[in-house]
Write a protein that binds this ligand. Structure first.
Ligand code: ARG
Length: 276
């Protein structure tokens, strides 16, 4: 643990997937335009910058071998949900990404994780599940089925709170909300149904509320270890507010990956291993 002011930084273990085969070949969210083309070499440089930043902050980064033909596999957050060393596998909503589920589960089994679950219900891993100290927040609306929330709750033994996403630009929970600590979050209210906004307001009265401008550059697809926040370089206003709250902010350029609808958090699957 590293203390800086009030904030407590804990060393994290992240799983990432190099964008060796990154492309935008299909459109499964409004950010993706197969006609626009991507600069893969640039995507790789940006991704390596993110990985090296995590390492420079003292975090451990493991890498899964990318698979040719799975251009979205770089978005490791969708590969699983790992809590207390228990690995709840992903089951993708789209046919294009379906093979990623077993590929990520295999990685965990080979890494020695024995408590793994092949899911019955559609869920896109940490993209739609955000783990806090007391509860796991989970979204439905575009990808993950509400039935998967219960499945995860039973498998992980942690209470899961269902939230409803309503804006197709923010199709995964991690595009609309991120954890500043185990008890504090930042989010864009407009991404959620009215009922879910009320749930969030009552659970997190001290939440940092982001603007639509912050959200529209995927500024909420950020990663915070308790004191340091890794965030899209374009989310200038949100970064300023985080600095005012005492966080150390690390802007990252990931615009090439944003062409597929992903940012820093999407590239990062946290391994919450009971053994660490
Ligand atoms: N193109 C990918 C998809 O639509 C992007 C996934 C982004 N991942 C995330 N955790 N939000 O599935």
């Amino acid at each position: 643990m590293v203390r800086s002011g009030d904030a407590v930084r804990t060393r994290r273990h992240y799983l990432m997937c190099p964008p060796t085969y990154f492309a935008v070949e299909y459109a499964i969210n409004p950010w993706m335009d197969p006609a626009a083309g991507v600069d893969r070499a640039r995507a790789i440089r940006q991704w390596e910058g993110l990985r090296d930043l995590y390492r420079s902050l003292g975090h451990r980064v493991s890498e899964i071998t990318p698979i040719d033909g799975l251009p979205d596999m770089v978005f490791a957050a969708n590969g699983a949900l790992v809590v207390d060393g228990r690995v709840y596998g992903a089951r993708f909503a789209s046919a294009e990404r379906t093979p990623e589920g077993p590929a990520y589960l295999d990685w965990f089994r080979q890494a020695g994780f024995t408590e793994t679950r092949e899911p019955k219900h559609v869920n896109e891993g940490e993209g739609d599940f955000i783990t806090l100290d007391e509860v796991v927040l989970a979204a439905t609306g575009f990808r993950t089925e509400a039935a998967a929330h219960q499945e995860a709750e039973r498998f992980l033994g942690r209470p899961v709170i269902t939230l409803q996403l309503v804006d197709p630009r923010f199709y995964h929970l991690d595009t609309a909300l991120f954890a500043l600590s185990g008890a504090r979050v930042a989010y864009y209210p407009g991404a959620f149904s009215e009922g879910s906004r009320r749930v969030l307001a009552s659970l997190f009265p001290d939440a940092l509320l982001a603007t639509e401008e912050d959200a529209a550059v995927l500024g909420l697809n950020a990663v915070c270890d308790g004191s340091d926040v890794v965030i899209a370089a374009e989310a200038v206003a949100l970064a300023g507010r985080l600095r005012d709250l005492g966080y150390r902010v690390h802007p990252v350029e990931l615009d090439e990956l944003r062409k597929a609808g992903g940012g820093a958090k999407c590239c990062t699957l946290e391994i919450r291993d009971a053994r660490d």
